[in-house]
Design a protein around this ligand. Structure first.
Ligand SMILES: [Zn+2]
Length: 191
């Protein structure tokens, strides 16, 4: 049996408010509201330019080439809060790195604390890296864009029930437009 799809390519119309079926895109439960999500994406090959031109070139390329798209995604009460905790975890790690460094600078000031340096360094840098990696994993596992073009938005890590509901909606719309066209033809034929 084929694995149910967890990715979908949304048209520009489908990114508009109230365009998607009321199924939570994260858990598949009945959606109670829509969340305005601003996605941004850049071609992954840009990261290779770090090796060639350094961080500045890569940062400029990302600024120039990244694409942004806002989508209105249905969510349930449980998932209407923070969209993705990854960014928060990384921000907490950065806060810890900053505060820990300041605290150490104050505590070690002018004193020879050589035997305390290693545990302090491991505590500060170690926890920072744990936050960085955990945040990156949480971000990668969440709903995120795999590609944004001028006409569509390809999202991955969606709930399969949400993807199925979108496909059912599209099928229904297509059937309706076919029926309308057939009715028009029949009416013309009778006249
Ligand atoms: Zn949900």
């Amino acid at each position: 049996m084929a694995k149910p799809a967890t990715d979908v390519t949304l048209s520009l119309d489908e990114c508009d408010p109230n365009a998607l079926p009321p199924v939570c895109c994260k858990c598949g439960a009945e959606a109670t509201c829509e969340k305005t999500v601003k996605f941004s994406w850049y071609p992954p090959w840009i990261l290779i330019t770090i090796v060639i031109g350094g961080l500045l070139l890569t940062a400029i390329l990302i600024l120039v080439l990244q694409k942004k798209r806002t989508a209105y995604l249905p969510v349930c009460d449980l998932h209407k809060g923070v969209w993705n905790w990854g960014g928060t975890i990384i921000a907490l790690g950065l806060g810890w790195l900053f505060l820990g460094t300041v605290a150490c600078a104050v505590a070690f000031d002018g004193r020879n604390n050589g035997d305390l340096f290693l545990p302090a360094f491991l505590g500060i840098a170690g926890l920072f890296f744990v936050c960085l990696i955990a945040g990156a994993i949480v971000q990668a596992r969440g709903v995120r864009p795999k590609r944004i073009t001028d006409d569509d938005l390809h999202l991955v890590n969606l709930n399969p029930d949400f993807v199925e509901a979108i496909e059912a909606d599209r099928d229904r719309e297509e059937a309706e437009s076919t029926a309308r066209r057939d009715a028009k033809r029949a009416a013309r034929g009778m006249a």
